[in-house]
Design a protein around this ligand. Structure first.
Ligand code: NAD
Ligand code: TYD
Length: 351
């Protein structure tokens, strides 16, 4: 194999799309998926590529310094694409320490392991850290986050991601580690764990359960189809400039309530329900603590410098997403019952 690329969090939502893209597009790379298989990690997401000759899985926790060193010593990766993280804001409000452990300490363990392996011979090596637009805080009615926007994280999740971004830049400046960072807006698409807004709403609509909308549903998010994010990650990993940051967004802003109304229309059609039927399930509930009002990304730098643009219109993306969830009932049932993690965790224990 030409190169070994270590992808962390490859069993998760975005990570599984990145692993699939890399395994299929680069037969000369050994793609090593490192994941702890938390509640959010599911190797079923990678069933179609798991027997590829250029794919390997290793079960490890990035908070475990020794285990991470061992993986770097054994596989000697040439590049790292780091996605492993605790990723749900609501969980970060109830258990912030889990986010500090995985997102901050876990990232530092990987940075140290890469620095120790590559030393001063880091030519051709790359540590790519995947981050979020949430590090920039919350916008008013107008304006966009650019790469120059000052960090202003406001949830335990975004503060832990901001902290990890700072660590990555610190390892670049202090140890000359070749790094690149991207900060992306909200992703949607197949394989997203049904605690996040879109898959949660799809699942509830399907089962005629209420759709909980926090506050008045006026918060705004910029939604990007997950495969478009994976394409951007491939581009930035190969063509991004050392030490630089790239913002990635869908230029696709929706208030939560408008997004859910749109989703209800798509679900009515897909389920053969009368128009307006699913929207009756919309229920306004207590707002999230510290709920950020609006996120919106300016992806001008990525578009101009590397020629990226999102390929899908939202209408198409949301229909594809609904079709996927309705066509993969077992996947949904498994992730909600936790069966998948028991099965795979047992298979990989002790490796
Ligand atoms: P996810 O929660 O679906 O998946 C996270 C993966 O990381 C899981 O497979 C999990 O098992 C693994 N993981 C968690 N803690 C670990 C640990 N300590 N050691 C090893 N593996 C561990 O998350 P996602 O939505 O796919 O997000 C992936 C990355 O992209 C995260 O870094 C997140 O901050 C970032 N991001 C997500 C979004 C989004 O909308 N989902 C947007 C921008 C950036
Ligand atoms: P989420 O998918 O958790 O992503 P993030 O908080 O990282 O943006 O939530 C997206 C938006 O939807 C956010 O404004 C919170 C809101 N939301 C609800 O209104 N109801 C829900 O049940 C969930 C999970 C989220």
């Amino acid at each position: 194999m030409e190169k070994t690329i270590l992808i962390t969090g490859g069993a998760g939502f975005i990570g599984s799309h990145v692993v699939r893209l890399m395994v299929q597009k680069y037969p000369g790379y050994r793609i090593l998926n490192l994941d702890a298989l938390t509640y959010a990690g599911n190797l079923e997401n990678l069933k179609d590529v798991e027997s590829s000759v250029n794919y390997e899985f290793v079960k490890a926790d990035i908070t475990d310094e020794k285990a991470i060193k061992k993986v770097f010593d054994t596989y000697k990766p040439d590049g790292v694409i780091h996605l492993a993280a605790e990723s749900h804001v609501d969980r970060s409000i109830s258990d912030p320490l889990a986010f500090i452990r995985s997102n901050v300490i876990g990232t530092v363990n990987l940075l140290n392991a890469a620095r120790d392996l590559w030393g001063v011979n880091s030519e051709g090596k790359r540590f790519y850290h995947i981050s979020t637009d949430e590090v920039y805080g919350s916008l008013g009615a107008t304006g966009f986050f650019t790469e120059e926007t000052a960090y202003d994280p406001r949830s335990p999740y975004s503060a832990s991601k901001a902290s990890s971004d700072h660590m990555v830049r610190a390892w670049h400046h202090t140890y000359n580690l070749p790094v690149v960072i991207s900060n992306c807006s909200n992703n949607y698409g197949p394989n997203q764990f049904p605690e996040k807004l879109i898959p949660l709403a799809i699942n509830n609509i399907k089962h005629n359960k209420n759709i909980p909308i926090y506050g008045k549903g006026e918060n705004v998010r910029d939604w990007l189809y997950v495969e478009d994010h994976a394409v951007a990650i491939d581009l930035i990993f190969h063509k991004g400039q050392n030490g630089e940051t790239y913002n990635i967004g869908g230029n696709n802003e929706w208030t939560n309530i408008d997004l859910i109304r749109k989703l209800c229309e798509v679900m009515d059609k897909a389920l053969g329900r009368q128009s307006g039927e699913s929207a009756k399930l919309i229920t306004f509930v207590k707002d999230r603590a510290g709920h950020d009002k609006r996120y919106a990304i300016d992806s001008g730098k990525l578009m101009k410098e590397l020629g990226w643009e999102p390929s899908l219109q939202f209408e198409e993306g949301i229909e594809k997403t609904v079709d996927w969830y309705l066509g993969n009932e077992d996947w949904l049932k498994n992730v909600l019952s936790g069966d998948y993690s028991n099965y795979y965790a047992q298979q990989y224990d002790g490796r």
